[in-house]
Ligand binder design. Structure first.
Ligand code: IMP
Ligand code: MG
Length: 185
């Protein structure tokens, strides 16, 4: 991405869209829904790397049903902020999902390609059940027909960073979600 220094890095953070407090509140609600839905039954939380690693870490610590965690790596991005189209699974899940209630933990549904492919793949392996929870949903950007079961926040069509989401691998560590400033060189 070629950031020249800390001033440019900071200028690229245009405005905070969702604060840490708003995220925490939504996490509490989402975890309560998982706990109520599975009602003591074991689940497998599956996070899509890298973007969902922070969301996974925070939600799994609020889940009170017995839970295992698993990771997949799906690459769909990009050059800068523009989607390249194809989705590639670069690291598969180690668990055999046929004996699990699977909960997919994703950072954002944008075009919908990644989750549409991942869901097809995992459903083909006959899990006991499968639910999709995404932190963010950008429905205006959809190019394939895909609707997550739960979205914590619906956002407008803008490129966002923070709380696991990156631009050029930076900003994943911000504790909030911010709009990325394409112009801030
Ligand atoms: P898809 O277009 O729905 O397949 O989204 C693929 C992936 O692109 C998401 O899982 C994110 O990792 C990434 N992505 C989509 N929109 C954004 C964004 O606004 N900021 C950072 N990453 C994004
Ligand atoms: Mg992702």
């Amino acid at each position: 991405m070629g950031i020249s220094g800390i001033d440019e890095y900071n200028r690229k953070i245009k405005r905070i869209l969702i604060t840490k407090e708003e995220i925490d509140e939504a996490l509490d609600k989402a975890a309560s829904q998982i706990n109520a839905l599975y009602d003591g039954r074991p689940v497998l939380l599956v996070s899509i790397l890298k973007g969902a690693f922070v969301f996974m870490a925070d939600i799994c610590r609020r889940v009170t049903v017995p839970c295992e965690i698993g990771f997949m790596c799906a690459k769909s991005y990009y050059s800068g902020t523009v989607s390249a189209g194809a989705v590639k699974i670069t690291m598969d899940l180690e668990q055999d999902v046929s004996c699990y209630h699977v909960v997919i933990i994703e950072d954002i549904v944008d075009t919908g390609r990644t989750l549409s492919d991942v869901v097809k793949l995992l459903k083909g392996r006959s899990p006991a059940s499968l639910t999709v929870i995404t932190l963010l949903d950008k429905p205006s950007r959809r190019v394939v027909d895909f609707t997550p079961d739960t979205a914590l926040f619906t956002i407008p069509d803008c490129f966002v960073i923070g709380y696991g989401l990156d631009c050029g691998e930076y900003y994943r560590n911000l504790p909030y979600i911010a709009e990325y400033n394409e112009e801030g060189n």
